[in-house]
Design a protein around this ligand. Structure first.
Ligand code: FAD
Length: 515
C-alpha cells in the first residue's frame, strides 16, 4: 500500500536526478530542510513530502541563535522583519556568563569584534598587552556588542562598516514553535506536501537503504531520498539503518534539561544569560511575549527533584507552565548520511545548548547537503565527504564548549571539580597550551568559532598568556594608547546615542514602521 503516493524510489536506481524527497519530522530541523530544499529545487520536478505526527511533540526549546541565522533566512527568501514579528523574536548581542569561573564572576561572549586591527594584528593581542601593562579597560570599553548588551541597548550594524557601529553583530532569540509554523508556511507555499501521520516503521531496500516508510493506518510512502529529522531517536538513521552513536558524555556529562517559561521581562535584555549552577547551568532567554528558562544538568551529580528546585529558585518570577524534563546524550551519529538517508537536527546529534549551536548545525548540515547533493546513484564519495565534515564540525564545537568548563575555579563542588579534572581532547589541550604560552590561538579558516570567539571565552575563564604576540608587542606603547583613547571616546558617544532594545523592538513591531 502506498496511499497513492508511491514514487518508485529505489536508492540503487542509477544516475539521474532525484525525483522525490521525504522529510521525516516537523520540528525546526524538518521545516528548515523543507523550506530550503523547496526553494533550491523549485522547477526541478522533484517532489518534497514532509511527514510529521501532531501526536508526537517537537522538542520546542531551541530559542537562541547565532548570527549566521540571517544567512539561512536569506537563503529561504524570508523577510527578517516579518520573521521577528511572527516569531516573537528579540535581538541577541551575545551571552553573559555568570558564576562560571567562580561565584560572583561574570564575563561576556559577545558577537562582533573587539577594537580595531593595528599593524595587521587583531586587537585582542593589544587587549592582552594593555591588561599586562596594568591599564584598566574592560571588554565593554572596546567591544561595541558587549557595551550595548551591558546597557540593555541595541543598534543595527552601521552600513559604512566604521568602528564602533560597524563592529556590531547580532542574532535572535525566538519562539521555536512559531518558527516551525513560519517555516512551514514558506515550505508549503513553495509546494511541499505535508502528511500528518505516525510512522511505525521503515522497510529496508538493497544494501543500507530505505525502501519505504510505513504509517499506522497501514499505508506507506516511498521516495528516492529520505531526510531523517525525527529528533533524538533517529527513526530512520538509527532505528532502521543502525548508523551508531559516538557518545561524548565522558566529556560533556550534562544529559538532562528542565525548562519552564516565565513572564516577559519588563526590560528585555538583548542577550542570553547563562548562569553556572551546582551541576550544570541555567539559561534565561528573553522573548517578546515570555522568558525562556531552563536548567541543563548532569544526572550523575544531581537528581531531577533537586534540579527542579534549583531551576525554580533561580527564576525571576513564577513559572507559567509545569517544568518539563528533557533527556539527551552529548554526541553524534557515527554516520549522519547512510545510503539514501541523511539525518539532520537532533537525529544527527546533540551538544548542549551553551553556545546556541544546534539550529546552526541544522543549517550547516543543509548547506553541506546542497554542496554534496546526490543523484539517484548516491555516490559513496559524497557520503564520505559529508560524514567526515560533520565529525570535524562537531569536534570543533565540543572543544569550544569544554573550554567553558575546564578552567573553572569552583573548588569543592563535585560537578565542577570533575569538569576541571577532565582529560581534554588533544585538540583543545593544544589550543589552551598555545594560548597560555604565546597568546596565539590559530583557529582554522572557515570554522564556526574564530580566534576572537576563543579569546572571549579564554579571557573570560581567566586564562592569561605568558607572552604577547611579538608583532603586537613591537608597536610603540604610545601609539597603542592613542588608538585605545580614540576607541574609548568613540564608544562613549556610541553607547550614549544607541536606543534601548525595547525601543528598537517597539519600532520594529509597529505595523506602520519599516526599517
Ligand atoms: P524535534 O523538535 O524533536 O522534532 C521531531 C519531529 O519528528 C516532530 O515533528 C515529531 O512529530 C516527528 N516525529 C518523531 N517521531 C515520529 C513518528 N513516529 N512519526 C511521525 N513523526 C514523528 N538549539 C539552539 O540552536 N539554540 C538553543 O537555545 C537550544 N536550546 C536547547 C535546549 C535544550 C534543553 C535542548 C534539548 C535542545 C536545544 N536546542 C537549541 C536544540 C534545538 O531544540 C533543536 O536543534 C531543534 O529544535 C531541532 O529539533 P528537531 O527538529 O531535530 O527535533
Amino acid at each position: 500500500a502506498t496511499g497513492g503516493r508511491a514514487t518508485g524510489g529505489d536508492a540503487t536506481g542509477g544516475a539521474g536526478p532525484l525525483r522525490s524527497i521525504c522529510i521525516v519530522g516537523g520540528g525546526t530541523a524538518g521545516w528548515s530542510a523543507a523550506a530550503l530544499l523547496a526553494r533550491v529545487l523549485r522547477g526541478s520536478g522533484c517532489r518534497i513530502t514532509l511527514v510529521e505526527s501532531s501526536a508526537i511533540p517537537t522538542v520546542g526549546v531551541g530559542e537562541a541563535t547565532i548570527p549566521p541565522i540571517f544567512d539561512f533566512l536569506h537563503n529561504i527568501g524570508a523577510d527578517e522583519v516579518e520573521f521577528i514579528r511572527r516569531c516573537q523574536a528579540t535581538f541577541k548581542l551575545g551571552i553573559r556568563f555568570r558564576d562560571w569561573l567562580h561565584p560572583g564572576h561574570e564575563y561576556w561572549h559577545p558577537f562582533g569584534s573587539l577594537g580595531v586591527t593595528i599593524n595587521r594584528r587583531p586587537f585582542h593581542h593589544y587587549y592582552c598587552r594593555t591588561l599586562a601593562e596594568g591599564h584598566g579597560e574592560t571588554l565593554a570599553d572596546l567591544c561595541p556588542a558587549a557595551a550595548l548588551a551591558e546597557d540593555g541597548k541595541f543598534a543595527f550594524p552601521s552600513p559604512d562598516g566604521q568602528w564602533p557601529g560597524g563592529a556590531v553583530a547580532y542574532a535572535l532569540h525566538f519562539d521555536a514553535g512559531l518558527v516551525a509554523a513560519f517555516l512551514r508556511d514558506h515550505a508549503e507555499r513553495a509546494g511541499v506536501e505535508r502528511l500528518d501521520r505516525r510512522i511505525v516503521g521503515a522497510r529496508r531496500g538493497e544494501g543500507e537503504t530505505i525502501a519505504a516508510i510505513a504509517f499506522d493506518d497501514g499505508t506507506a510512502l516511498s521516495a528516492d531520498f529520505y531526510i531523517d529529522c525525527s529528533g533524538f531517536r533517529g527513526l530512520l538513521i538509527e532505528e532502521t539503518l543502525g548508523a551508531g552513536f559516538e557518545d561524548w558524555k565522558h566529556w560533556l556529562p550534562c544529559d538532562r534539561a528542565i525548562a519552564a517559561p516565565t513572564a516577559a521581562q519588563a526590560r528585555r535584555a538583548p542577550h542570553t544569560l547563562a548562569t553556572a549552577q551546582s551541576a550544570g547551568w541555567q539559561w534565561c532567554i528573553p522573548l517578546q511575549h515570555r522568558t525562556g528558562n531552563g536548567l541543563v544538568y548532569a544526572s550523575d551529580f544531581i537528581d531531577d527533584a533537586d534540579a527542579e528546585a534549583e531551576l525554580l529558585a533561580g527564576l525571576d518570577g513564577e513559572p507559567l507552565a509545569q517544568p518539563r524534563v528533557l533527556r539527551f546524550t552529548a554526541g553524534l551519529r557515527r554516520r549522519a548520511w547512510v545510503g539514501n538517508c541523511l539525518a539532520i537536527g537532533l537525529a544527527a546529534g546533540f551538544l548542549e545548548p551553551l553556545e546556541s549551536t544546534s539550529i546552526h548545525l541544522i543549517h550547516t548540515g543543509l548547506n553541506r547537503l546542497l554542496d554534496l547533493f546526490p543523484d539517484r546513484g548516491f555516490d559513496p564519495a559524497l557520503r564520505a565527504a559529508y560524514n567526515r565534515d560533520v565529525h570535524r564540525e562537531y569536534a570543533h564545537i565540543r572543544d569550544f564548549l569544554l573550554l567553558h568548563y575546564a578552567p573553572n575555579r569552583r573548588e569543592g563542588e563535585p560537578f565542577w571539580d570533575h569538569m576541571r579534572g577532565l582529560a581534554l581532547p588533544d585538540t583543545l589541550a593544544e589550543k589552551i597550551e598555545l594560548f597560555e604560552r604565546t597568546g596565539r590561538i590559530a583557529a582554522r579558516q572557515r570554522e564556526l568559532f574564530a580566534d576572537i570567539n576563543w579569546f572571549y571565552v579564554m579571557h573570560g575563564m581567566g586564562l592569561v598568556p605568558a607572552a604577547i604576540d611579538p608583532l603586537a608587542g613591537a608597536v610603540p606603547a604610545a601609539e597603542v594608547r592613542e588608538v585605545i583613547g580614540q576607541l574609548r571616546g568613540a564608544m562613549l558617544a556610541f553607547r550614549r546615542a544607541a536606543p534601548t532594545h525595547d525601543a528598537i523592538l517597539a519600532r520594529l513591531l509597529d505595523p506602520a514602521e519599516t526599517r
